[in-house]
Design a protein around this ligand. Structure first.
Ligand code: SF4
Ligand code: SF4
Length: 444
C-alpha cells in the first residue's frame, strides 16, 4: 500500500484518478488563480492556451480529483506537454508545484490511458529492463560508437537520408555528441585527494554523463581530487530514476531510489556529489518519492548529503591558488533542474567568477528553459525550436566566447542549437571550464 492510499479520502480525495500514485489534492487547492506563473511558462507563452498553463493544469488535476472531470485525453496530453521545467514553482507565491503534479499525472496516464501494446512494450523494455542495468546501457551504446568510428555518420550527414525521416530523427542524430567509451568502468572506485585532504565524498555518476559526456565527469572527479577530496565512485550506481519520473514510471523510479540510497549510505562519505542537474534534482526528491515506503531517518540522511558540484564547491570554498588563467568571456544558462527544482542559481556564478581571467557576461532570461526537457525536445520539435530560439537570441546578444551550463540535456540541446544557427559559441559544462584551469599534471 502506498502512502497515497493511506491518506484520508475525505481530506485528500483521489476521485477519478487511480488510487495508486494519485497527485496530492492539497497541492491543487493551494492555487489562488493569481496568474503570476503565466509569463514564466513556456507552453503557455507558446500557445496562449489556459489549459497549457500552470494554473490551467492544476485546475484540470483538481477537477479530476473532485470527479468533475474524467482523466481525459486532454489531461493526458497536458501532462506530457508540460516541460516539467518548474519555472512556475519559482514564480508561484502559494508554492503550487504544477510541474510535479503533471509529472505524477504521467504515471496516471499509463495506468488509465495506456498506449498500444507495441509502444507500451517498448517503453517498458527501455525503462524497466535497459535503464536499470548499467551493463545493458553500455552495450546498447556500442552501435553508436561504431556508427561514428566507421564513418557512417559522415555519410548520413552528407546525404539526404535524414530528410526522409521524421524531424525528431534528424534532430536526435544531430544532437549526438562524439561517443567515447563509457566512464563507469574506467574510473577508479577510489580516487585519492591531492594535497591537503579536506574530506571524503561520493560521486554519483549519472547514465547520460558516463555514456555521452565521460570526459566531463572525469574532470569532475579530477576537480574534486584537486580540491582535496577523496572521491568514492561506486561502480554499481544505477540510474537516478529521473527518466522514469519523466515518462511516468514511478514504481521503477522507487526501486532505483531504494537501491541507490542503500549503496551510497554504505560508503561512509560526507557528501554525495553530482555533475548532472537532472540527477541532483531527482536524488533530492527521493524523500517525497519514497515517503512512507522507506525509513524516514535514512531518507533524511541521504537527502542531507546530496550536492550539485557547483553547490558543493561554493559551500566548501574553491581553492584557487593553483588555477591557471583562462582569458575568455562566458555566459551562463541555468538548467531548470538546477535553478527552479533545486534553487541553485548563484553558486555556479560564484564558481565561474573565481576562475582567473574569466569574464562572466549575464544573458537576459538566463533561467528560461532551453527547450530540451528530456524527450520533450524530440516529441515536440517545433515548439522546442521556438523555446530554443528565444534562448539563443539571448546568448547571441552577450557575444560571449563560451556558453556554460550544468546539465547534459541542456548541453546536448544547446550545442546542437548553436551549431545549427551557425553561432560561434562553444558550449561547455561548468566543470570543463574549471578542469581547463587546473594544472596539467595531477601531481601538482
Ligand atoms: S499556480 Fe501559483 S502563480 Fe499560478 S495562478 Fe496558481 S497560485 Fe498563482
Ligand atoms: S513546469 Fe514549466 S511547462 Fe510545466 S506548467 Fe510549470 S512552467 Fe509550464
Amino acid at each position: 500500500m502506498t502512502d497515497t492510499d493511506k491518506k484520508d479520502p475525505k481530506l485528500s480525495p483521489t476521485g477519478n484518478f487511480s488510487k495508486q500514485d494519485a497527485p496530492p489534492y492539497e497541492g491543487s487547492l493551494q492555487c489562488m488563480r493569481c496568474g503570476f506563473c503565466l509569463p514564466t511558462c513556456p507552453t503557455f507563452v507558446l500557445t496562449g492556451r489556459e489549459r497549457s498553463s500552470p494554473r490551467g493544469r492544476v485546475a484540470l488535476a483538481r477537477a479530476v480529483a473532485e470527479e468533475k472531470l474524467d482523466f481525459t485525453e486532454a489531461v493526458k496530453e497536458e501532462s506530457f506537454f508540460c516541460l516539467d521545467c518548474r519555472a512556475c514553482t519559482t514564480a508561484c507565491p502559494s508554492g503550487v508545484k504544477a510541474g510535479e503534479i503533471m509529472e505524477i499525472c504521467r504515471d496516471q496516464a499509463h495506468q488509465l490511458k495506456p498506449g498500444g501494446h507495441l509502444s507500451t512494450g517498448f517503453r517498458n523494455f527501455i525503462l524497466q529492463k535497459m535503464m536499470p542495468s548499467p551493463e545493458r546501457m553500455e552495450s546498447a551504446m556500442l552501435p553508436s560508437r561504431l556508427y561514428q568510428r566507421l564513418g557512417i555518420q559522415w555519410l548520413v550527414r552528407h546525404s539526404q537520408l535524414l530528410k526522409l525521416g521524421p524531424d525528431w530523427m534528424a534532430k536526435a542524430e544531430g544532437m549526438m555528441p562524439k561517443m567515447d567509451k563509457p566512464l563507469r568502468l574506467q574510473l577508479p572506485e577510489i580516487t585519492p585527494a591531492i594535497g591537503e585532504k579536506r574530506g571524503k565524498v561520493g560521486f554519483f555518476l549519472g547514465c547520460v554523463m558516463t555514456l555521452m559526456y565521460p570526459e566531463i565527469s572525469r574532470q569532475t572527479v579530477r576537480v574534486l581530487a584537486h580540491q582535496g577530496f577523496e572521491v568514492v565512485t561506486p561502480k554499481q550506481t544505477k540510474c537516478c530514476g529521473a527518466p522514469h519520473l519523466t515518462e511516468g514510471d514511478r514504481k521503477t523510479a522507487r526501486d532505483l531510489a531504494l537501491f541507490n540510497i542503500d549503496l551510497f549510505l554504505d560508503q561512509d562519505v560526507e557528501y554525495i556529489v553530482t555533475d548532472c542537474a537532472g540527477c541532483g534534482s531527482a536524488l533530492k526528491e527521493y524523500e517525497e518519492l519514497l515517503e512512507g515506503e522507506a525509513d524516514h531517518h535514512r531518507l533524511a540522511q541521504f537527502r542531507s548529503k546530496i550536492r550539485d558540484i557547483s553547490e558543493f564547491l561554493a559551500e566548501v570554498g574553491l581553492r584557487t591558488e593553483a588555477l591557471k588563467e583562462i582569458k575568455r568571456s562566458v555566459t551562463y544558462h541555468e538548467p531548470c533542474h538546477l535553478c527552479h527544482a533545486q534553487g541553485i542559481s548563484q553558486q555556479p556564478r560564484e564558481v565561474i567568477r573565481q576562475i582567473p581571467g574569466i569574464e562572466l557576461r549575464e544573458m537576459k532570461e538566463s533561467s528560461w528553459c532551453c527547450g530540451s526537457a528530456a524527450t520533450w525536445g524530440l516529441k515536440f520539435t517545433d515548439e522546442s525550436q521556438q523555446v530554443l530560439d528565444r534562448k539563443l537570441n539571448n546568448v547571441k546578444q552577450t557575444e560571449a566566447d563560451i556558453l556554460v551550463t550544468g546539465n547534459p540535456g541542456c548541453q546536448l540541446q544547446l550545442a546542437w542549437g548553436v551549431r545549427e544557427a551557425g553561432m560561434p559559441q562553444e558550449v561547455k559544462h561548468l566543470i570543463e571550464l574549471l578542469g581547463e584551469a587546473l594544472p596539467e599534471s595531477d601531481n601538482d
